[in-house]
Design a protein around this ligand. Sequence first.
Ligand code: 4GM
Length: 216
Amino acid sequence: MHFDILTLFPSFIEDNPYFKHSIIGRAIEQKIIKVRAHDIRKHSRNKHNKVDDTPYGGGAGMLMTCQPLFDSIKAIKKKNKGPVIFLTPQGKQLTNTRVRELAKNPELILLCGRYEGIDQRVRDELIDEEYSIGPYVLTGGELPAMVLVDAVTRQLPGALHDDESALEDSFSRKLKGKKEYPHYTKPANFKGLKVPDVLLSGNHAEIEKWRMKNLR
Ligand code: 4GM
């Protein structure tokens, strides 16, 4: 999976230790994913490299202007044939179901907004899908883009080791991620704090009954 991320702050992506270590870092090393950041400002044809302006009709804040966005998206689309995704609080909620759909694309283009958002003409002409990582506003779309990369990457074959499976068992699917049963790992007795006996019993029917009773 090849991610091209359009941003005013490419170093947020490129220098992010999150992409250098652990599961995502390993996926990059193993060439399961490739993440490239592209500076929208480099495409500004304004003499001061301006990329924002005040909204027509008035109102608070600044908007990202058409020209640098049209040019940077069009440049990326020559190499990356995937859908253009805009991260915005107004987008559809990024659920695990949508993440698994996104993971089927060999390429994705992610657009990160700043300020109050982008000129509507960019959305109408060049954006294929809009997603939100949750009902809150951040200072930019970079963190949401990285969240999307993380969530999609862990769905890709080979990205997780056997003991990190992204597959939900039938029991977890029934719960639809809404509830969890308590989890315990070794040791069975930590400074007098004991793991419930039933979980050590090996009786899978009893264990499932206990887990159902203890959902929270
Ligand atoms: C407003 C409009 C995404 C703000 C467009 C982006 C939160 C999310 C921004 C924008 C963002 C989210 C930038 N904040 N909930 N801030 O996914 O790109």
